[in-house]
Write a protein that binds this ligand. Structure first.
Ligand code: CTP
Length: 405
């Protein structure tokens, strides 16, 4: 894991572990938190002890683990009130459907739940369960209730589950959980009340019913930006071309589009109501003049397709942009990178432009990593090292937050 800056250092984190096979990941979570300098105390439900021992958690956290309301040997009371007041943040990971249901109903039949009810700090849950349980309306309503009350939910990821089934229910990886806690603890939830538009992915320009002109954009950069904005409290409208990545944060509303024209129409519709937009999509610059009905037949002669320019969405938003709106574009360049990026920034009336160079290895289209330089409209620029797209999204949103403040 990239060492994240040290805002976790010295923070008091109460980790609640519940009965789930993902409890083994709680050990790695404690290690990471301790490594980052946090003071960690662990609470376990009695079922959690079946999955991971208190000894493991106590050794890693360097603090005794608490399970029961009192010690039956000497009657010593484990004060949930004190624990709740002690913590800077309470994290329940893994959070089982049972515990989430009880948290939503205010049931207080174990130490973890009574502590949750006493806690005055931010509370985060990282659910882990089978996909059908996760999707069940009863569980989804419980989660919605918790969110309504300000609990932060780290959505589980999609993948192979302990049951052998595939689906959404895998607890998020410890590294990612620590990164999201970092955002909360840095008090970077400063975009509450703001609304941002993000475009992501490629566009597909139809040639006939089954063929299109597209590009290899994965959408990972745009989706990471949307998640980062949402984690900082903003409402996000994500307009996405066809991709395989998924948006998981509940503050993201996804609009799926296919062509550049559809992306333009959606962006033009939502931008006037937004505080800003990040144009991360790789929009096709040209589209076939006309689409062939049905399927184009094979022939002996050369085939030419007339292409016409698409609308430049970023330039259009730049032309209607108001004083209080911030517009961020991307520039993927091969030569004269800086001057081309600056030209785009001016011509499209952007506030910030994120420059990607095709000459940088492992950066840009279809990679998990990216290397960018962010230039603002005054010409000030900041270059960043090669990082995961999730970390790059953080840098972009940091710059955008300062600019939009
Ligand atoms: N963009 C857009 N609509 C288009 C083309 C581009 O919104 N029809 C946006 C992209 O999302 C990006 C910025 O404009 O934020 C620059 O895109 P890029 O492809 O680098 O530049 P182009 O303007 O298309 O110019 P060229 O491809 O010739 O470099």
């Amino acid at each position: 894991m990239n060492t994240i800056n040290n805002d976790i250092k010295g923070k008091k984190i109460l980790l609640g572990v519940t009965g789930s096979i993902a409890a083994y990941k709680a050990a790695a979570l404690v290690r990471l938190l301790v490594k980052e300098g946090a003071e960690v105390k662990v609470l376990m439900t009695s079922t959690a002890k079946q999955f991971i021992t208190p000894l493991t958690m106590a050794t890693l956290s360097k603090n005794p683990v608490q399970v029961e309301f009192f010690n039956p040997e000497n009657g010593e009371w484990n004060s949930h009130v004190k624990l709740g007041l002690w913590a800077d943040l309470m994290l329940v990971a893994p959070a089982s459907a049972n515990t989430i249901g009880k948290m939503a109903c205010g049931i207080a039949d174990n130490l973890l739940l009574t502590t949750y009810l006493s806690a005055r700090c931010p509370v985060v849950v990282a659910p882990a369960m089978d996909a059908d349980m996760y999707a069940h309306v009863a569980h989804q309503q419980n989660l919605a209730l918790l969110r309504l009350r300000g609990v932060h939910v780290i959505e589980p990821s999609v993948g192979e589950l302990a049951s052998g089934l595939q689906g959404q229910g895998r607890m998020e990886e410890p590294e990612e959980i620590v990164r999201l806690l970092q955002i909360l603890l840095e008090k970077k939830v400063c975009l509450s009340g703001k609304h941002f538009l993000v475009t992501a992915g490629p566009t597909y320009e139809s040639i006939d019913a089954v063929r299109f002109i597209g590009n290899i954009s994965s959408g990972k950069m745009g989706y990471a930006i949307a998640e980062e904005l949402a984690w900082r409290g903003a409402r996000v409208t994500l307009i996405s071309g066809p991709v395989h990545v998924v948006a998981r944060h509940p503050k993201i509303t996804l609009y799926k589009v296919s062509s550049a024209q559809e992306m333009y129409e959606a962006a033009a519709r939502f931008f006037p109501d937004a505080d800003g937009a990040v144009m991360a999509a790789a929009v096709a610059d040209f589209t076939p003049e006309s689409k062939v009905e049905g399927k184009l037949k094979r022939g002996e002669n050369a085939l030419s397709i007339t292409l016409t320019p698409t609308k430049d969405i970023a330039a259009y938003l730049g032309s209607i942009k108001k004083e209080n709106q911030t517009l961020v574009g991307f520039a993927l360049e091969v030569a004269n990178e800086h001057s081309n990026a600056l030209k785009k920034l001016r011509e499209k009336n952007l506030d910030l432009i994120v420059l990607n160079s095709l000459n940088d290895a492992n950066a840009g289209f279809n990679f998990d990593t990216n290397k960018v330089c962010i230039i603002d409209r005054t010409g000030k620029e900041a270059s960043y090292a090669l990082k995961s797209k999730v970390e790059v999204a953080k840098d972009i949103v940091d710059t955008l937050s300062k600019w939009a403040a």
